[in-house]
Design a protein around this ligand. Structure first.
Ligand code: NAD
Length: 514
């Protein structure tokens, strides 16, 4: 309750029920079966939500179209000013938003605040970008002709987001979409609906004070896969940006493809690091522990596979075991906690199933894997596990899967090209890293025959990307790129214009007609 008033969420809670949709700034309470809301910290219930139905999804999309039609002609720098003000509002509410992320996603305070900081950073980035949405002029083959390339607002962007970044993933999409002149309809994870309501409330307050920005620019529809399905299938959605599992991405991509709509997919990863014989082992160990165990292994970029040169494998293994012994698992609201809970029982069952399977496939648990006993700073009801480190004889079947939990498989290698081939041998292609002090090894890893991932780092862990670069991955990770670099082009449409300022009508390719 202490979070509701500062985030102005109390306006929407009616008799313990939260609205399943915010359409044009107005809360809707659909007559759908309510869904109980729990915190992963202790399974304490904190109200219930009435999920949206197909009716609310169509209404939200319809209103977003109207908002888009007004917004697309507002000059881009003015659109950037809106996003700059959103960033200011987020700064003021950083602590409370982070506390809500902790409550719903179980992140420790520093990581939850880091997630809100990503929203702030992307606002700053998008505000600057609003003055740089540039096209091209291209030389024409015809006299007194010119070719222009312009970027125009695209339309309504649908955003489907995952539980593990309940605010930042939407913010990456929505802040860029707003400066690009689009309207956004958001379907957040059913596991983090209050974060979505809080983010929406904050933006709506800024919109109201702004003047020339309609409330319909930001719409919210809540619910599970069925609601996501309605959104992805709506033919008025110009771009569906979906973040989550590979299975979800396949379903969404098929819906979008059926109507020849655009999709931007940010799906699962199975990220690896190669530790070469020349690596700085202190630095590598620190990076490995944060990437593998941080966020309780629930980042798309979490480190899951480790290829260690055989000469240094014993030494690194020792360092990792020592570091894992000191990881403090428990209630993420305690300042000393480093590892919070898994999101739910199903996630814990999947972790334990993966460990059992790994043992069948010849793996050996070096440390961790068990559930942490209740008591001290470990509350009852949550799924608290010890991050697991396993020695695997080779890259077996289970290592090919993304288990969304803190499970790290350690494998040994002799030659760098073998390790790079193993890095690339899985179906996902999100993040990767090499730890080396040898320039040639680093060059091989980031070169064209090196890592096939969207992110390939040198002496930096697989997780914790900055917003300035394009974020995303190849293969089953979906191929999408979000956030920095030229990812903004996803949210705009390209128009090529041929301009003739002469009196003659020369045809391209020298064609004569009549
Ligand atoms: P999930 O796939 O279960 O759910 C993600 C979202 O998709 C939710 O909003 C869910 O309701 C919706 N959804 C599920 N099935 C759908 C369907 N058939 N049609 C439409 N919508 C559907 O994923 P999760 O458990 O919330 O998140 C963990 C997964 O997300 C991991 O695989 C992780 O790697 C991935 N992830 C990827 C990135 C990235 O940027 N690549 C970022 C965060 C998370």
């Amino acid at each position: 309750p202490h979070l509701l008033a500062p985030l102005r969420l109390d306006r929407w809670q009616q008799a313990e029920c939260w609205p399943g949709a915010i359409i044009d700034g107005i809360a809707h309470y659909p007559s759908t079966p309510p869904r109980l809301l729990y915190s992963p910290i202790d399974r304490q219930e904190h109200g219930q939500l009435l999920p949206a139905s197909a009716v609310e999804v169509s209404a939200a999309v319809g209103c977003a179209i109207v908002a888009f039609e007004a917004w697309r002609t507002v000059p881009a720098p003015r659109r950037g000013e809106l996003v700059r003000r959103i960033g200011e509002a987020v700064r003021l509410h950083k602590t409370q938003l982070a506390q809500l992320i902790t409550l719903e996603a179980g992140k420790i305070a520093s990581e939850a605040e880091g997630e809100v900081q990503e929203w702030i950073d992307v606002c700053d980035y998008a505000a600057g970008l609003s003055r740089q949405l540039h096209g091209l002029t291209i030389a024409s083959e015809r006299p007194q002709h010119r070719l222009l390339e312009q970027w125009h607002p695209l339309g309504v962007v649908g955003v489907i987001s995952a539980f593990n970044f309940p605010v930042a993933v939407w913010a990456w999409n929505a802040m860029l979409a707003l400066v690009c002149g689009d309207a956004v309809v958001w379907k957040p994870s059913e596991k983090t609906p209050l974060c979505a309501l809080a983010a929406t409330a904050l933006v709506l307050d800024v919109l109201r004070d702004f003047g020339d920005a309609p409330a319909g620019l930001i719409q919210l529809v809540q619910g599970d896969a069925v609601v996501g399905d309605h959104l992805a299938s709506d033919r008025h959605i110009a771009l569906i940006s979906a973040t989550g599992s590979v299975a979800m991405g396949r379903a969404v991509a098929q819906h979008a493809a059926t109507r020849l709509g655009r999709s931007l997919l940010e799906l699962g990863g199975n990220n690896a690091a190669i530790i070469t014989a020349s690596a700085d082992l202190e630095l590598a160990a620190r990076a490995i522990v944060f990437a593998a165990a941080g966020t309780c292994g629930q980042r798309c970029t979490s480190l899951r596979r480790l290829f260690v040169h055989e000469e240094i494998a014993d030494a690194l293994q020792e360092k990792l075991i020592t570091a894992y012994q000191h990881l403090n698992v428990g209630d993420p609201r305690f300042a000393t906690t480093l590892i919070g809970p898994l999101i739910d029982d199903a996630a814990m069952k999947r972790m334990h199933a993966a460990l059992a399977q790994a043992e069948i496939e010849g793996g050996r648990i070096l440390i961790g894997g068990g559930q942490v006993r209740v008591g001290g700073n470990v509350p009852d009801g949550g799924c608290y596990v010890r991050p697991a480190l396993l020695a695997m004889p080779e890259q077996t079947d289970v290592v090919h899967d993304e288990t969304f939990a803190p499970v790290l498989y350690l494998m040994r290698y002799a030659r760098l090209n073998e390790a790079i081939a193993l890095n690339n041998a899985v179906s996902q292609g999100l993040s990767s890293a090499i730890f080396t002090t040898d320039l040639r090894e680093a060059g091989a890893f980031i070169g064209p025959a090196g890592s096939d991932c969207g992110l390939a780092n040198v002496n930096a862990g697989t997780s914790g990307a900055e917003i300035g670069g394009a974020f995303g991955g190849e293969k089953d990770t979906g191929g999408g790129r979000e956030s920095g670099s030229d990812a903004w082009k996803n949210y705009m449409r390209r128009a090529t214009n041929t301009l003739n300022d002469g009196h003659a009508l020369p045809l391209a390719q020298g064609v004569r007609f009549g």
